[in-house]
Design a protein around this ligand. Sequence first.
Ligand SMILES: NC(=O)C1=CN([C@@H]2O[C@H](COP(=O)(O)OP(=O)(O)OC[C@H]3O[C@@H](n4cnc5c(N)ncnc54)[C@H](O)[C@@H]3O)[C@@H](O)[C@H]2O)C=CC1
Ligand SMILES: O=C([O-])CC(=O)C(=O)O
Length: 328
Amino acid sequence: MKKPMRVAVTGAAGQIGYSLLFRIASGEMLGKDQPVILQLLEIPDEKAQKALKGVMMEVDDCAFPLLAGMSAHSDANTAFKDVDVALLVGARPRGPGMERKDLLEANGAIFTVQGRALDAGASRNVKVLVVGNPANTNAYIAMKSAPSLDKSCFTAMLRLDHNRALSQLATKLGKPVASIEKMIVWGNHSPTMYPDIRFATVEGKPAKPMLNDDAWYKDTYIPTVGKRGAAIIEARGLSSAASAANAAIDHVRDWVLGSNGKWVTMGIASDGSYGIPQDVMYGFPCTTANGKFEMVKGLEIDDFSRERMNKTLAELEEERAGVAHLLK
Ligand SMILES: NC(=O)C1=CN([C@@H]2O[C@H](COP(=O)(O)OP(=O)(O)OC[C@H]3O[C@@H](n4cnc5c(N)ncnc54)[C@H](O)[C@@H]3O)[C@@H](O)[C@H]2O)C=CC1
Ligand SMILES: O=C([O-])CC(=O)C(=O)O
């Protein structure tokens, strides 16, 4: 029997939490032979804590063989103690008519507190995934609030965008999703994101000539992927939850267990590559192995891509300036 891994989930009584916890406890995230201990954080509010208890009762009722322990917390310091993985989901979601950056003020402050708590108590190799919006900037805040942890401990979720980009392209081409490789979504988890199919392959052959429809790519595909979150809110009245939880599982599973050479999009702190200033949390193509991610480097950036990449960067820089006061 392997030693249990400690997994913190914040916002555990929320919509995403309700889809996420059961899949983590069943072994879908860390492996079918990996016991887990869940450390669940909710706000110190009677209603939220009661709802969390209810979700934990349901998790108990599944009798998951891999669940080696579970605790409820209202303080980030105890929730993050010794954790190997931290999924920072807890934050206010947007409603109709809002952009994710409208959440900056409301949610940004959460991530300074949680970054400090991770800095103080988490495993030195903790893998942090920020899901709460605006995800890139919140991940940046958490990273900057945790100076004793390596920057590579912190990531933001662009996997939902990556999966949306795969699915939309697969449908258009009438090909299985699994036949598509080398997808990239550059930049911010916002409508400025740039789903880039220039390197994508379908059954090993280049996707772009197969698609052969630049107008659809630019005028339909890019905005459809970028605005999918808003389309879900419009249709459901609530923001994506099951698909977001699924993307979080995919992101952490690949980070921990490896992507087997496949490209995945992760929001990571830039090292200055591709002209993206150091430390900006930006969606980059990565491969993962041995519990580490590595950026795919040396890809050619054409004029169209440069323009798109600069646009999403400008938005991230603006968000970063908007939270500078939180990091003093
Ligand atoms: N990066 C991505 O691709 C996606 C991000 N999201 C974001 O994920 C976040 C959560 O979404 P939902 O689960 O739908 O929202 P929700 O409102 O259903 O649940 C959020 C939960 O977080 C809790 N919470 C708030 N502040 C907290 C704190 N400081 N510590 C611990 N818990 C806290 C709330 O009490 C609530 O139970 C939102 O910010 C949403 O915009 C949603 C979908 C995709
Ligand atoms: O759009 C939202 O606010 C929720 C989200 O991030 C997504 O579905 O991509």
